[in-house]
Design a protein around this ligand. Structure first.
Ligand code: XIL
Length: 308
């Protein structure tokens, strides 16, 4: 959640977060509009506070996200740029941030959601502005973002993150092709993140394992980066049981894939979840391990079991 330390239930939130997790992802505070709200003026306060909390509680930090088509500041998308200027702005954004967090963040989502569901690159600001000058079929900003991130931190794990590529299909195929080609061309990409925002309480984990292994065979690590399993209302014991089964299976699948290096949830408690926001509520909510009263749900126990 955003700036949890200022929430009325900060004490409960803090207890749940530090008591049950060994890593955290700031939900919005490391996105482009948060970290560089004005051109060349970086605002690290809230993000630093997440990092300080993580350090205090010996948790790892997953940085999210350097380049995306959403939550961009107006100065970026509102201006007209020459190609060299925009490449320089991209470099400045990525290297300043990665360098700032170098000691504390070992895992960055470098590019988020560049692919459309149809397996064609999303027509984002970045794609439209920088194009594909080397005609390798991959928008240039992707390679550039990874190279800039690597320049700023030699050791950080650099991730391409997306949704809807957990299962096989056009999108997963296209992302696999892209990551293979990027690697072949020398782009410093280390991993693929599967977001795992799953709707409808159904998911085929055999398919996921097969799909994920295609990526690990290509020499990439994989992560589950933003898991939640939305329950279409109303919440019933049967649906909680179905959710629990899926959460347990996800963690078991992750453990069975050598090269799967971590599982992250998109929140702690159903009280504070993006799935409660009117624009995202379609398909249900209550997708996390703790309910709205901070009580561990059946899925919490299932995950505990799967981790034994
Ligand atoms: C969401 C946040 O949870 C919301 O608070 C915000 O309004 C919009 O973004 N995929 C991602 C995340 O990579 O950054 C998104 O986070 C959820 C989907």
């Amino acid at each position: 959640m955003n700036n949890f330390w200022a929430a009325p239930d900060a004490a409960e939130y803090t207890r749940a977060l530090s008591g049950h997790f060994n890593a955290l992802t700031p939900e919005n505070q490391m996105k482009p509009d948060s970290l560089q709200p004005r051109r060349d003026t970086f605002q690290f306060g809230p993000a630093d506070r997440f990092v300080a909390f993580a350090k205090e509680h010996r948790m790892a930090v997953h940085g999210h996200t350097l380049v995306w088509h959403q939550q961009n500041p107006d100065w970026l998308e509102g201006a007209s740029w020459t190609r060299p200027e925009l490449i320089s702005a991209l470099s400045n954004h990525v290297t300043t941030i990665v360098a700032h967090f170098k000691e504390d963040i070992a895992l960055w989502d470098v590019v988020n959601e560049a692919m459309g569901d149809n397996g064609k690159f999303r027509d984002s600001f970045w794609k439209k502005s920088l194009g594909d000058d080397n005609h390798d079929g991959i928008p240039d900003y992707i390679d550039l973002a990874f190279r800039f991130a690597r320049q700023a931190d030699r050791d950080c794990i650099l991730v391409y993150n997306d949704y809807g590529a957990e299962h096989s299909g056009a999108k997963a195929d296209a992302i696999l092709k892209m990551t293979r080609e990027l690697k072949r061309g020398g782009t410093p990409i280390d991993a693929v993140g599967f977001q795992f925002h799953i709707k409808g309480l159904r998911f085929d984990f055999d398919d996921f394992r097969k799909n994920a292994r295609r990526f690990t065979s290509a020499g990439l690590k994989v992560f589950i980066t933003e898991a939640d399993f939305a329950i279409p209302p109303p919440v019933t014991p049967e649906k909680l049981a179905a959710q629990s089964k899926l959460c347990g299976e996800m963690v078991r699948a992750a453990r069975a894939i050598s090269g799967c290096a971590g599982v992250f949830w998109w929140g702690v408690t159903d009280r504070h979840s993006w799935l409660n926001m009117p624009e995202f509520v379609k398909g249900g909510a209550d997708g996390l391990l703790f309910d709205r009263e901070y009580t561990p749900k059946p899925c919490y126990r299932a995950v505990q079991e799967a981790l034994r």
